[in-house]
Write a protein that binds this ligand. Structure first.
Ligand SMILES: *Cc1c(COP(=O)(O)O)cnc(C)c1O
Length: 393
């Protein structure tokens, strides 16, 4: 090997550790992207994605590119110049949605809430009251910049009641917490492979309702992006198999296997694993005297945001974690840059041993930085959660 890559434990906001089965699948030889065997992999990947998105939508596929490519796919296909879209914004990824949507020439109606909290249904209701003819309502399900878990049901119902499409960013939620596309009535939902699915970055799984497809038929202008135009991409993933672009073959192997691993574990078991590990970590951090950033009651288990204690230097701590322990965690984004850490227990990274490793390493480093924490308190609090899962919410 002429490239040296150290072994890390990826506990940031993504990418997460790849499952070894996924890495093995990626070492398979290339075959053609129209080879019947590869087409079978594509079909199976679509079927597995439907199970993971909990949907029957036939237009369920994986766009080439990272999560942001899925975001852009949804907005360029859904919106035409002059269309109105209501976007809930309580963090960096809500802001990104608004930026992407505005570039289509659509009118973005931003509904902002403070970072660390959710977008309240009442806020969306009042936006829908004061604007007529809204074409779509969009929300981030798991706001990775804050660690907040946004409830979807009520706002989804409001979108449906006024005939708007309901768009959901599930980049950090898919595979970590339930994403019930059909039950909630989501018309367009996209994710990414490197968060809770345990594969490398490179594909964006996405699913679209029949209502979304009908809207596509009624467009008056061609989709402005050739590469992300679903009217063509769906003919490549569909039975027509019209060549559109060369599928990233190796990434499809990776996603296919990652979904296989997830479904073999079982969705409910995977959600439970994320929940228990996340709550154990959060209990441990609080027992060490740290304060969590996301509002209680709306905390994601797979992404924990925590205030950096006063007098502790963000970059120095993260550099020590990486250099001395091989652990990566994330810094803050946007308005909390330098003030919070973001700790991911995403996909295959969501393991009990990682919780204890990180709590111990942090205790050591913060202790040396002058934060007084009772020795072992973090790990003891985490252990208490594992011993008594009944206390988990
Ligand atoms: C990571 C992330 C994205 C962007 O995904 P990339 O793969 O980095 O392009 C979008 N939305 C959310 C909520 C994310 O966490």
């Amino acid at each position: 090997m002429d490239t040296y890559v150290p072994q890390r434990i990826l506990l940031g906001p993504g990418p997460s550790d790849c499952h070894p089965e996924v890495l093995k699948a990626m070492a398979s030889p290339l075959i053609g992207h129209l080879d019947p065997v590869f087409l079978e992999y594509m079909n199976e990947t679509m079927e597995r994605l439907r199970r993971v998105f909990q949907t029957g939508h036939s237009l369920t596929l994986a766009m080439p590119g990272t999560g942001s490519a899925g975001m852009e796919t949804v907005f360029v296909n859904a919106l035409e110049p002059g269309d109105k879209v209501v976007i809930g914004i309580a963090g960096a990824f809500g802001e990104r949605m608004a930026d992407v949507a505005s570039r289509t020439g659509a009118e973005v109606i931003p509904v902002r809430a403070p970072w660390g909290g959710i977008v309240e249904p009442e806020q969306i209701r009042s936006a829908l009251r004061s604007h007529s003819g809204v074409k779509a309502v969009a929300l981030v399900h798991a706001e990775t910049s804050t660690g907040v878990w946004q409830p979807l049901e009520e706002i989804g119902g409001m979108a449906r009641d006024c005939g708007a499409l309901f768009i959901v960013d599930a980049v950090t939620s898919l595979g970590g917490v339930p994403v019930r596309v059909d039950e909630v009535g989501i018309d367009a939902c996209y994710s990414g492979t490197q968060k809770c699915l345990g594969a490398p970055p490179g594909l964006s799984p996405a699913t679209f309702s029949p209502r979304f497809e009908e809207m596509l038929e009624r467009r008056t202008k061609k989709v402005q992006s050739w590469y992300l135009d679903l009217t063509m991409v769906r003919q490549y993933w569909g039975q027509e198999r019209f060549y559109h672009h060369t599928a990233p073959i190796t990434m499809v192997y990776a996603l296919h296997r990652a979904l296989g691993v997830l479904l073999e574990e079982g969705l409910d078991a995977a959600f439970r694993r994320h929940l228990v590990n996340g709550r154990a970590l959060q209990a441990g951090l609080e027992a060490m005297g740290l304060r969590l950033f996301a509002e209680e009651g709306h905390r994601l288990p797979q992404l924990t945001s925590v205030w950096i204690p006063d007098g502790v230097e963000d970059a120095a701590v993260r550099a020590r974690l990486l250099k001395e322990y091989g652990i990566e965690i994330g810094g803050g984004l946007g308005e909390v840059k330098g003030r919070v850490w973001r700790i991911g227990l995403l996909g295959h990274s969501s393991r009990r041993r990682n919780v204890f490793l990180l709590l111990s390493a942090l205790e050591q480093i913060l202790g040396e930085a002058g934060c007084r924490t009772e020795p072992g308190a973090g790990c003891a609090a985490a252990e208490a959660v594992y011993r008594n899962p009944a206390i988990i919410r």
